[in-house]
Design a protein around this ligand. Structure first.
Ligand SMILES: Cc1cc2nc3c(=O)[nH]c(=O)nc-3n(C[C@H](O)[C@H](O)[C@H](O)COP(=O)(O)OP(=O)(O)OC[C@H]3O[C@@H](n4cnc5c(N)ncnc54)[C@H](O)[C@@H]3O)c2cc1C
Length: 419
């Protein structure tokens, strides 16, 4: 008899995990509070598909003092987690590529990722780290300004640039479209999705776990999900329901601690906020190179500019707060950053402003693996690199859950490292 697994949350982490578990023959049910996949942190991400590169950024992130202290302490512990993360991100990019090709996914992908080095000091710092990055398996190249401008011909000729790092296997795409298409593939393998369904509690009994969930439609929706989502999701009864599973995977980011049922030592999440501006690319026959070709990251300003099909997205303004905290988005700075690097590249009629938040553990690394409670697993938000890691994290975790030999030992990314 096939084994039953519940996945809580249908963002990038949940959808990729559901797909990998279904591909390994498990019977999968996904529970999602929202009405569709990729509605929260995965909704308007910066769209970068990037390998993890330690020490590449330098923009200061506003964060409460207590959080900076916790982060400093976590960073001092060291351990194997950062190098495992680097390996995982390469596995993640390779797996994303493989899924795109084998399943015919089309998420408006573009290839190429450059990191701006705006002055000689940053070029020297990058030069000094090249060998260490390459030793981690990263295919990374240091470009002079002319080489960078040849790869991104839309760059402002007047914007000072001392060089750029080119990251192989990096690029941009539409993370939400990717999640929507992968969800269909998971469904073809038998995975079932329950939208507008909130998981309230998880209890351990006998050899399994009981999951208490409740159909929680938005006020404007009809009372029976079956009427609204016919053919798209499982019909739901009203009121709390209990269901048994052999395993449960928490992929619900900031909300995961409330379902853990016990305090995991050291597990204290913060919320990392980021704002984005998305606008249609200006298409001019006389200037075919307007806008970015793929991904452009400016660590000195803390912003990212990406091409998503015929649109351009600029995101940044990262701030860290407590899990219930808010942060005022500064869209003006994002508009100025876009104008600085790619002037006149977008139309200002259909501009979309967005802001979202993601879970951030103290050391900034993902929480991946066994929770410490039998049958309960974690695949929790890997901060800014979530899409780049998602497919690799899901594959390695699904292999572990189903008792296969994992492609990569993800042990160092387990929650025990924070204890
Ligand atoms: C503005 C922004 C820009 C980003 N840019 C990039 C980028 O360029 N490249 C990159 O790789 N990563 C990027 N990231 C990070 C990446 O988007 C996230 O790491 C990733 O989307 C996290 O996915 P997730 O599935 O963990 O979380 P989410 O997408 O937030 O999904 C969690 C889901 O769980 C559901 N849920 C919560 N509690 C319950 C419950 N009790 N019952 C049922 N459902 C529940 C929520 O409704 C939600 O849909 C960015 C993130 C943000 C916010």
């Amino acid at each position: 008899m096939s084994r039953r697994v519940a996945v809580v949350g249908a963002g990038l982490a949940g959808v990729t995990t559901a797909y990998e578990l279904a591909a390994l023959g498990w019977q999968v049910q996904v529970f999602e509070r929202g009405g569709s996949v990729a509605e929260q942190a995965s909704f308007a991400s910066s769209a970068l598909l990037s390998p993890f590169v330690p020490h590449v950024g330098d923009a200061a992130t506003p964060a409460p003092l207590a959080w900076r202290w916790r982060r400093w302490r976590a960073g001092r512990r060291g351990g194997d987690a950062p190098s495992t993360l680097a390996a995982l991100s390469q596995l993640g990019l390779a797996r994303t590529d493989e899924l795109r090709r084998s399943l015919g996914l089309d998420d408006e992908a573009t290839e190429g990722l450059l990191v701006a080095l705006v002055d000689a000091k940053r070029v020297a710092a990058a030069q000094a780290r090249l060998d260490a990055w390459r030793a981690m398996g990263l295919a990374i190249e240091l470009l002079d300004p002319d080489q960078a401008r040849r790869r991104e011909p839309g760059l402002n000729v007047d914007a000072p640039l001392a060089g750029a790092l080119a990251l192989a296997h990096g690029g941009a795409g539409n993370a939400r479209l990717f999640a929507q298409q992968l969800r269909q593939q998971a469904q073809r393998l038998g995975a079932a999705f329950r939208f507008h369904t909130t998981v309230r509690a998880i209890t351990t009994d006998g050899g399994g776990l009981t999951l208490r969930h409740e159909y929680t439609p938005p006020p404007e929706a009809p009372t029976r999900a079956a009427e609204r989502d016919a053919g798209d999701t499982l019909p739901q009864l009203l009121g709390s329901q209990d269901e048994r599973f052999n395993a449960v995977v928490l992929c619900n980011g900031l909300d995961a601690p409330s379902l853990l049922g016990q305090r995991l030592p050291g597990l204290k999440l913060a919320a990392q906020h980021e704002a984005s501006v998305t606008a249609p690319l200006r298409l001019l026959e006389a200037h075919p190179d307007l806008g970015p070709k793929a991904g452009w990251v400016d660590p000195s300003r803390g912003l990212t500019v990406t091409r998503i099909g015929q649109r351009v997205r600029v995101s940044g303004g990262i701030a860290v707060t407590g899990t219930k905290g808010r942060s005022a988005p500064d869209f003006e700075t994002l508009h100025r950053g876009l104008q600085h690097w790619f002037p006149g590249s977008v139309l200002h009629q259909q501009v979309q402003h967005g802001q979202s938040r993601r879970a951030l553990p103290a050391d900034g690394l993902p929480l991946l693996g066994a929770s410490g409670r039998p049958g309960l697993w974690l695949n929790l938000s890997p901060a800014g690199n979530g899409w780049g890691l998602a497919c690799g994290a899901a594959q390695a975790l699904a292999q572990q859950i189903t008792g296969q030999v994992p492609t990569l030992d993800i042990g160092p990314l387990g929650p025990q490292r924070l204890a």
